[in-house]
Design a protein around this ligand. Structure first.
Ligand code: SAM
Length: 295
């Protein structure tokens, strides 16, 4: 199984030579993308949490590389008695997560911890019955070491859920945009090359790695996503944020004509803006591995 990574924000580069609207993905852009991801894929993420073979409902949960809290809030909903420790290196993401927790009245059930999970020592994260890591493990400099640490962190019998993505989602129909058909395919090929160089564990098969770290892998599942636009335009906004991220990773690899066509899609004031399209469909996959600490 292959996976890819559509999150490029902390690898954002821009070698484009001409004007483009907000081309470089930054932390704010990533936060926006993560929030839209949560909004558009809410049902799919909930389905993954429902599928998890947890046994007894966990009281303590850790969300590693929590971002703006997509997993944190899904898990709080799935396990109404649980508390979640949400860990990330980004102060901005954690701030946003805390604001959302307050807005939803669940701040008493959420603790945020700012930490670099690549550092030699992890801060105290309790003894969770469930650890969740969505689209974060492949960012680890030494994923094998991170998996062993999660193993040691979990309560005996606890579950580790590794969720990974099938690259950036796709949105455009075949043959679009009209002046540069196949643009989305070429963008994805370019981001794949970029990520192969910069995020080497994207696309890893986490099953054998989890087994090597001492886990018993109890299940693996891939959820196909196919979502048509909603009346509130969330899919269009998700497409816009995604294409901005793609531009950040792919700009230097794309021919000038493709970059220009991409920028026309990104120009929210222009006639070719992706926000004006009514034919967008979110197409992607999520995969999850459920791994148990057995001793
Ligand atoms: C692609 S985002 C996923 C966020 C969230 N789990 C989700 O599913 O929406 C990856 C997250 O991992 C965090 N991250 C990456 N490397 C990290 C590290 N070494 N230590 C802590 N967090 C890290 C990033 O800040 C980012 O929020």
């Amino acid at each position: 199984m292959t996976h890819a990574d559509r999150h490029t924000a902390h690898h954002g580069i821009d070698h484009g030579t001409h004007h483009a609207p907000r081309p470089v993905a930054d932390s704010h852009d990533q936060a926006e993308l993560l929030d839209l991801d949560a909004e558009v894929l809410a049902e799919h993420i909930a389905a993954i949490t429902t599928w998890l073979p947890v046994g007894a409902a966990p009281q303590e949960i850790v969300d590693l590389g929590c971002g703006t809290g997509t997993g944190t809030f899904a898990l709080l909903g799935r396990f109404p008695e649980a508390h979640v420790t949400a860990v990330d290196s980004s102060a901005e993401h954690l701030h946003r997560l805390r604001e959302k927790a307050r807005a939803e009245g669940v701040q008493e059930r959420v603790r945020t911890v700012q930490a670099d999970l690549d550092a030699a020592d992890w801060p105290g994260l309790g003894t969770p019955g469930l650890v969740w890591a969505s689209a974060s493990m492949h960012h680890m400099a030494d994923p094998d070491r991170a998996l062993r640490r999660v193993h040691d962190l979990l309560a005996p019998g606890g579950l580790f859920a590794v969720v990974e993505l099938a690259g950036f989602p796709r949105f455009l129909p075949e043959g679009a945009p009209e002046e540069r058909p196949g643009l989305e395919d070429r963008c994805h090929a370019a981001t794949d090359r970029f990520h192969a160089e910069h995020v080497s564990h994207r696309g890893a098969d986490w099953g054998p790695m989890l087994t090597a770290a001492g886990f018993a892998v109890e299940g693996e599942r891939t959820v196909a996503v196919n979502i048509e636009d909603s009346p509130d335009g969330a899919v269009g906004r998700y497409a816009l944020a995604t294409l901005r991220g793609i531009r950040g990773a792919a700009a230097s690899e794309l021919p000038h004509e493709d970059l220009a066509a991409l920028d026309r899609l990104l120009d929210t004031d222009g006639p070719h803006s992706v926000l004006r399209r009514t034919d967008l469909v979110v197409r992607t996959e999520r995969s999850v591995w459920a791994a148990r600490r057995t001793n």
